[in-house]
Design a binder for this molecule. Structure first.
Ligand code: DUC
Ligand code: ZN
Ligand code: ZN
Length: 483
């Protein structure tokens, strides 16, 4: 009796990686791709992908799941619902945040997140750290040890009272990133400007959701982006500026790249598909659904973000999924009230719609190549956070994390999504494609109609050192701070 050579063969696929597109069969065994070729022998299971594009499963490197909030606010998605939604939208790896509260040890934060995720995730996951309290113990011991143990990226905030670091603290944390080879992610908005503008707006009675946008104009992001770049230059370490929203921050990043600085950048669907108008053109509270930071900008900025996706300015495309129900005392109406904009929980859901939005309007809309799509949604995030080549590509030895695309018209309806959020800001958006199959470690977890729980839960991934080389790597290394 002969056994099939593979557990699964995906046949006649139009395989796309970050660099190539080719026709092949993919032979999968024990959750990994073990052979790529033509006319592979039979598998125990066969999927005919003839005529369909197959890309690596998405790596969503910026999402918030079950992150503790100040009561009564609570995230709608935990690791169960959040990763189910991810799988149904073509994402097979998520990297949410283990957030340190001030006064808390980083280790305690990490242990807490493991408890939240363990056995509940349906796709693989890693954690970024959020460093909000860089004590000597954190800088000298905890952070270096955690980087070595597989938490090789962390986010620092320049705004939000409970999270923000001052410039001296940022320098200290960046120095640890440099010494231990970690990737520092920066939320760049100037906290004092936001506080000053918020007070002025409130004094004038301007508290509706749409004023959230006016409290965080582009210059607030531009100044903080400029400062973050300067701080990273001083320490001589790379940074990745997260959720870049528009022209002014983009200009800072372009300038930094032109100087040969290792500045990477992330953007998100909300800056392509939403605009300031979605926060409200009158004082309606419905705009609370689109309150996120940085806020969506005017429509002209959407093109600036598309340009940066097409020309290589952006390194990664993430969801920044931050799931809060609209009609809930735990969500956008804290305590059941329509509150002033400063009290509205920041964030919008997007973990399930990220891949299809970019595939539809980016690839099929003729704005980016298929290979660039793969780079932005899977390969680069895996490289930036030390998960490549196990994740983020289609190669022998990589995990068998795949998306088989169905092209055809579809409309986003919250009723069809799998997150636990009561709305999507993209309701009614027309798409040209949606994942027809999502395969995670060789198992179909989304069949185009239904979520299918994997036979074993998603696994924690310890991250190695980032392997994302800057496009400017060929330039001479900087030896000082003024040359
Ligand atoms: N902004 C953040 O910085 N994080 C979560 C959501 C948001 O809008
Ligand atoms: Zn942020
Ligand atoms: Zn975020």
């Amino acid at each position: 009796m002969s056994f099939p050579a593979f557990d699964l063969v995906v046949r006649h696929a139009r395989v796309a990686t970050a660099s190539d597109t080719f026709e092949a069969d993919l032979g999968i065994r024990d959750g990994r791709i073990v052979q790529i070729g033509t006319q592979l022998p039979a598998g125990a299971r066969e999927i005919d992908a003839a005529g369909r594009v197959v890309t690596p499963g998405g790596v969503d490197a910026h999402c918030h799941l079950d992150q503790p909030m100040a009561p009564p606010v609570r995230m709608a998605d935990d690791f169960d619902s959040g990763t189910r939604a991810a799988a149904c939208g073509g994402t097979t790896t998520v990297i949410p945040f283990a957030a340190q509260e001030k006064g808390q040890s980083l280790r305690a934060a990490v242990a807490d997140y493991h408890r939240r995720a363990e056995g509940r995730a349906h796709v693989d996951y890693a954690f970024h750290l959020i460093v909000s309290d860089p004590t000597p113990q954190v800088l000298g011991e905890e952070l270096p040890a955690l980087i070595r143990e597989g938490y090789s990226s962390f986010k620092i905030y320049m705004t939000y009272d409970e999270l923000k670091l001052d410039d001296g603290q940022i320098l200290d944390v960046l120095a640890v990133a440099r010494q231990h080879g970690a990737m520092a992610m920066v939320h760049a908005e100037n906290a004092d400007c936001i506080a000053w503008l918020t007070k002025k707006l409130e004094a004038a009675g301007q508290t509706a959701p749409r004023f959230h946008g006016l409290s965080r104009p582009m210059l607030v992001e531009r100044e903080a982006t400029h400062r973050a770049i300067a701080l990273a230059e001083l320490v001589d370490t790379p940074i990745l500026v997260v959720h870049v929203s528009g022209r002014e921050a983009v200009e800072q990043i372009r300038w930094a790249r032109a100087q040969g600085l290792k500045v990477f950048a992330e953007t998100c669907p909300q800056y392509l598909f939403l605009s300031a108008e979605d926060l409200g053109i009158d004082n309606s509270y419905l705009g609370a659904r689109c309150v996120c930071s940085p806020p969506p900008r005017d429509k002209a900025n959407q093109q600036v973000i598309w340009d940066g996706l097409a020309d290589g300015l952006f390194t990664v495309f993430s969801s920044d999924h931050a799931p809060f129900n609209y009609d809930s005392p735990e969500g956008k109406k804290p305590g059941g009230q329509e509150v002033a904009f400063r009290h509205i929980p920041n964030g919008i859901p997007g973990i399930e719609t990220r891949m299809a939005l970019l595939y539809s309007e980016g690839v099929l809309g003729g704005r980016i190549t298929l290979n660039r799509f793969v780079e932005l949604t899977a390969t680069n995030p895996a490289k930036a956070y030390g998960l490549h080549p196990r994740k983020g590509t289609i190669a022998v030895g990589a995990d068998a994390d795949l998306v088989v695309w169905d092209e055809g018209e579809r409309v986003i309806r919250n009723a069809d999504l799998h997150h636990a959020v009561d709305h999507t800001p993209y309701e009614g958006q027309r798409l040209r494609a949606w994942p027809g199959l999502t395969i995670a470690r060789g198992e179909v977890v989304w069949d185009g109609q239904d979520f299918r729980p994997p036979s074993r839960p998603g696994q924690f991934l310890a991250c190695g050192a980032p392997t994302l080389l800057p496009r400017v790597a060929a330039l001479p290394a900087r030896t000082g701070t003024d040359g």
